[in-house]
Design a protein around this ligand. Structure first.
Ligand SMILES: *Cc1c(COP(=O)(O)O)cnc(C)c1O
Length: 414
């Protein structure tokens, strides 16, 4: 469920007509719905009430300060993958003591920064990283809270670029090495073991991989207990899929019930790291039709947003719904490839879309709230576009459109 709906002919975000935003902000731009973000977070949080738990929103899905601030105000913790994301959380008013720090390549200075800000936990992805954290913690005379990220070797059955739990994946410590890694961690003076962590992939639309993974972790927890290593938490990662087209992912409630049913450790705090499930359907990308190019073979709808603004279609052949901002149906509906201005044949937002449009019309690409703006770039020297947040009948620009001068102000002529 989201809050982007037509009222008569016009598409609205909550109580704001998108036409009004376009007139003020221009095109292209991202628009986020605060009510949708709030609802998604609260549904997720409520689904886990039967067990001590913490929702650590995965910042990489959408890291705009207004999004983080809203989620922090609802009580969210955060999963970050860089010092930059941690600084965003702090700048947005989030609590660093509610942050878990994931990622295979944390730099020593990032580790030191996170330790100085008292984060809740490092999700450690290799023994070499564990040694590095030990050294830095020793130097700072603190104990570093850690969980080991264990790779459960589970096929998440998602796109190969977003599957992270197979043994050939770069993420985490191999399952068979988990016990020895914990033994090692338990002998390091400046390491404090807090939990066990895994994350098997993104846009998962079935429960079975989640259930398989938690079973594998249950076995590990039992073995660790027998060695006298007790855990405060189990971090089950993110990855719950959303509806882009005709997918039928489990609802957060079904997902939570499946997890809770298969988690025998009732005192263990569960940490969940949803990103997409919170943000994807809380955002749209607005773009304007620049030109229609029709021929006997193919019709192109050329729009002012490209792969540099929304990469998912080009990167994963991802399908996102494209709908008109005004549904007047004055034109004949025909089939278009909706393409951007970037000089790459891979630059498309949607293929074979039936649209009744004319030059100058505006379109909305739906489900663009996660892995949208955050993956945008300046390729083709295109300024990154504005982000807007709607709350009920009001809206605010939460990131200004970049100017072209912004793009080369740090460059120098020799
Ligand atoms: C990307 C990521 C997430 C969030 O994944 P979603 O599919 O957006 O829920 C959570 N945890 C880790 C470690 C990640 O890398």
């Amino acid at each position: 469920m989201d809050h982007f709906n037509y009222q008569h002919h016009a598409l609205y975000a909550e109580g704001v007509c998108l036409k009004e935003i376009i007139e003020k902000v221009g095109s292209p731009c991202y628009v986020y719905s605060a009510a949708t973000l709030t609802r998604h977070y609260q549904v997720f949080d409520a689904a886990f009430t039967d067990q001590p738990h913490k929702i650590c929103y995965a910042v990489k899905a959408n890291s705009n300060l207004a999004v983080l601030n809203l989620l922090a105000s609802l009580g969210a913790g955060f999963d970050v993958v860089s010092q930059g994301e941690l600084m965003r959380v702090i700048a947005a008013g989030g609590d660093p003591t509610q942050v878990v720090f994931s990622g295979v390549g944390k730099r020593p200075d990032e580790i030191a920064f996170a330790l100085k800000h008292n984060i809740y936990c490092f999700n450690v992805e290799s023994l070499a990283e564990l040694d590095c954290i030990q050294q830095i913690a020793h130097h700072l005379n603190v104990r570093a809270p850690i969980a080991l990220r264990i790779n459960p070797d589970i096929d998440a059955k998602s796109h190969p670029y977003v599957v992270t739990g197979l043994k050939e994946s770069k993420f985490g410590i191999a399952y068979e090495d988990a016990i020895s890694a914990y033994k090692k961690a338990s002998n390091l003076a400046n390491i404090q073991i807090r939990g066990l962590d895994y994350h098997i992939g993104s846009q998962l639309v079935e429960l079975s991989p989640f259930i398989e993974a938690i079973h594998r972790m249950n076995e590990l927890i039992l073995k660790l207990q027998s060695l006298g290593i007790t855990l405060q938490h189990l971090d089950i990662g993110g990855g719950l899929g959303v509806v882009y087209q005709k997918e039928t992912p489990p609802l957060p409630d079904e997902y939570a019930r499946a997890i809770l049913k298969n988690c025998p450790y009732q005192d263990l705090t569960l940490i969940i790291e949803p990103g997409r499930a919170i943000a994807a359907n809380a955002g749209i990308l607005i773009t304007q039709v620049l030109y229609l190019k029709e021929s006997a073979h193919k019709n192109f709808c050329i729009v002012d947003a490209g792969m540099n603004d929304l990469l998912r279609p080009a990167l994963y052949s991802a399908w996102q719904e494209i709908i008109p901002i005004e549904r007047l149906n004055e034109q004949e509906a025909i089939i278009y490839d909706v393409v951007g201005p970037v000089c790459e044949s891979g630059d498309f937002l949607g293929k074979n879309r039936v649209l009744a449009i004319k030059q100058g019309d505006y379109l909305a690409v739906r489900s663009a709230g996660a892995y949208g703006f955050v993956m945008s770039s300046n390729y083709n020297t295109r300024p990154r576009i504005a982000e807007v947040m709607v709350k009920d009948k009001q809206y605010k620009i939460v990131r200004e459109r970049e100017t072209i001068e912004h793009l080369y102000r740090n460059e120098h002529i020799w």
